[in-house]
Ligand binder design. Structure first.
Ligand SMILES: [Zn+2]
Length: 476
């Protein structure tokens, strides 16, 4: 059997400028250090240490999870693998600090990652594949991930430079509900001095544990009215545009990314109301869970808002893009905002419905371009704007009597809402009802009947093909 030992990278490396830069420097340093060592071979896509069980370092940072080997037994001794692990770990810690987690079974520790994920990457590298390929997700088979002790798909960790955060324990499939949390308190938005008094009285009725959870949350406005400051820094609105906000023990620990992998939403249908977190793309083991604290602004406005409201300079994957790419993102974000406004205009919807419908289509394209999945080429993440735009498209066509397209848009609203909010969210259920009966919407035919169709008048997709179907749907 023997004893394993090594180190893991937690959170795993992302595609941001800092991680990419540091990993490239680290790899160069390792190459230089072992240039004359016969047991260390530089391959096309990775460095192989021909000691122990041949631990490797891939050149593509996001592929790196673990550097380890059996450190007991004859082979380990003869090849001196433990010394390699110790030295590589020391170098890695110089670049990545607390993200380097040393473990050894001789002290009954084990690594963060499931061995099967580590082995998959090793096998892919060996076969010359450098793409990330994820083959298993939580919940699909009952024993993945191993060592799950509290049914949680994430672990709360101290993350270097970011304070506390939540990190995925395993690969999590898009659309999975990761958290469903009851608020510690719900308060209305009001003046800090008033809010402070309200929170103080609510705190008194909480358990010791809840008080500690509340008081340990980040406060960006600590000087005056400290309780109100915690609420201002952490509260999430109880629904779109709600005047009340909730504070949560764990959800409030989720850090920001301007291109996040999770979506937060208030679901009043669960108990007395819960905040839920859903994966908006496939999330990889070791990735930090992120939500967006900003609602899709271009860089200058977004950075200023994050700084004044939350007190940090954002260095997420999006914010650290090279200038030309960041400018392209800003252009898209401005387009998204202007299309979103245009679509909301009832006069256009009434008098020029085709213009409103085409704006919905352009918005969909812009969102797909802006919110790309960093790990899957050609795949876009879902965002809350997608179900909204489908619902807008639904309203445009149905208000002019077009039930056939209305039904398709209601179905797309439903599917997009399931991904972001879950099947049980009231908005998802509403979309489901409209999918079955588009004419039940209050605005059906309100602007006339010039587009009138029956709810079953869709062309057959199998007959006409995807392209023609989309052309029909969007009236292109
Ligand atoms: Zn950012």
């Amino acid at each position: 059997m023997g004893v394993d030992g090594g180190f893991d990278m937690v959170p795993r490396l992302g595609l941001g400028a800092e991680d990419t830069h540091n990993w490239a420097l680290f790899i160069e340093l390792v190459k230089g250090l072992y240039a004359d060592d016969d047991q260390v071979e530089v391959k096309d896509h990775y460095i192989e240490f021909k000691a122990g069980e041949h631990p490797t370092l891939p050149f593509y940072g996001p592929l790196f999870l673990r550097f380890s080997s059996k450190i007991s037994g004859q082979i380990a001794r003869e090849t001196g693998v433990e010394k390699y692990i110790r030295n590589v770990r020391r170098l890695a810690a110089g670049f990545f600090g607390g993200r380097i987690r040393f473990w050894t079974e001789s002290t009954e520790q084990s690594g963060f990652y499931d061995w099967r994920d580590v082995h998959d990457i090793g096998r892919n590298l060996w076969e010359g594949k450098t793409q990330l390929t994820v083959t298993r997700f939580a919940d699909e088979d009952g024993d993945y991930p191993l060592k799950i002790t509290n049914d949680k798909l994430y672990e709360m960790l101290e993350i270097p430079d970011r304070g506390k955060g939540l990190v995925a324990r395993c690969n999590i499939k898009r659309g999975t509900r990761i958290l469903c949390e009851k608020p510690l308190l719900v308060v209305a938005n009001t003046q800090p001095e008033v809010l402070n008094g309200i929170v103080a009285s609510k705190l008194r009725s909480m358990s010791k544990e809840q008080q500690t959870q509340f008081l340990s949350l980040h406060n960006n406005f600590p000087r005056k009215h400290a309780f109100a400051g915690i609420v201002r820094t952490n509260a999430l609105p109880c629904g779109p545009g709600a005047e009340t906000g909730g504070v949560y023990p764990e959800i409030c620990l989720i850090n920001n990314s301007c291109r996040p992998n999770c979506h937060q939403s208030w679901n009043e249908a669960i108990d007395d109301g819960r905040e839920t977190i859903h994966a908006v793309r496939d999330i990889l083991a070791g990735e930090e869970l992120t939500i967006s604290y900003d609602d899709g602004n271009p860089t200058d406005i977004r950075k200023m808002k994050l700084k004044t409201s939350f007190g940090f300079d954002c260095t997420c994957d999006l914010c650290s893009l090279p200038a030309p790419e960041l400018q392209a993102s800003d252009t898209r974000r401005r387009l998204i905002q202007s299309l979103d406004e245009q679509i909301g205009d009832p006069m256009t919807m009434m008098n020029r419905p085709l213009s409103s419908l085409h704006a919905c289509r352009r918005l969909l394209d812009a969102l797909r371009e802006e919110f790309v999945d960093p790990h899957a080429e050609g795949v876009a993440t879902s965002t809350a704007l997608i179900p909204r735009l489908y619902y807008d498209a639904f309203q445009v066509v149905v208000a002019h009597g077009d039930q056939a397209r209305g039904r398709v848009f209601a179905e797309r609203t439903y599917n997009a809402r399931v991904e972001c909010e879950g099947e049980d969210s009231p908005a998802t259920q509403k979309a489901k009802r409209l999918m079955q009966e588009p004419a039940s919407h209050a605005s059906c035919g309100a602007y006339g009947t010039k587009w009138r169709t029956s709810k079953t008048a869709q062309p057959k997709k199998e007959m006409v093909g995807d392209e023609a179907y989309e052309k029909w749907l969007w009236r292109l």
